[in-house]
Structures are given as structure tokens and as C-alpha cells.
Design a binder for this molecule. Structure first.
Ligand code: FES
Length: 100
């Protein structure tokens, strides 16, 4: 989940004011490029406005605060390890094709 909330008062911090839409685009592009089986969801405020952009791995995962687009590679590398997302670890890929 990537917060793209923009608070109406310009004197208040928000993730959108801290370029979270660029971060969301970078995460979406990299997830697609890597072929990861995860969904990137743009969300409203998650209550961490002063430390954003706010990213949370759902369900119930840790908050990742203050990421920038150039952090996305390292962030996804960490997720792939922690969530065991590597394609070579996906047992479905090891199943024979139907009819073989
Ligand atoms: S605006 Fe993103 S956490 Fe509040």
C-alpha cells in the first residue's frame, strides 16, 4: 500500500507533497518488470504524514517511511527475500504443464 494522500492545508505534511505518486509509479513499474505476484495499491492517509511517503506491506506488515523512487530496487529486493517472492521459490512454477 502506497499513500498518495494530499492534505488540503498546504502547511501540513502529506505523502503526496513528498512525491509519493512518483514513488507509487516506480514501485508499480518495478513490480511489473520483475513479474512479482503482488498488488500495489494506492491508498489514502495511514496516519504517518510527517514521515512519508508511507508504504505498508499488507496485511499487517511494517511501515516503510520516507522511501524515494531510487530506493525501490533495494526495497523490493528486501521484500522478495522476506516474503519469499523469488520465482525460483514459487512451487507453482515447478508443476508440469497441463497435459504433459
Ligand atoms: S498523508 Fe500519507 S500517511 Fe498521511
Amino acid at each position: 500500500m502506497v499513500c498518495i494522500n494530499r492534505r488540503l492545508r498546504s502547511d501540513l505534511s502529506s505523502c503526496a507533497a513528498r512525491n509519493s505518486e512518483d514513488l507509487a509509479k516506480a514501485i508499480e513499474a518495478e513490480v511489473q518488470a520483475r513479474g512479482l505476484d503482488i498488488r500495489v495499491e494506492r491508498t489514502v492517509c495511514m496516519g504517518r504524514c510527517d514521515f512519508g511517503p508511507t508504504v505498508r506491506v499488507a496485511p499487517g506488515g511494517a511501515f516503510h517511511l520516507g522511501l524515494a523512487p531510487n530506493d525501490v530496487g533495494d526495497f523490493l529486493n528486501e521484500l522478495e527475500v522476506n516474503l519469499n517472492l523469488k520465482k525460483e521459490n514459487n512451487k507453482i512454477n515447478e508443476l508440469p504443464a497441463p497435459g504433459t
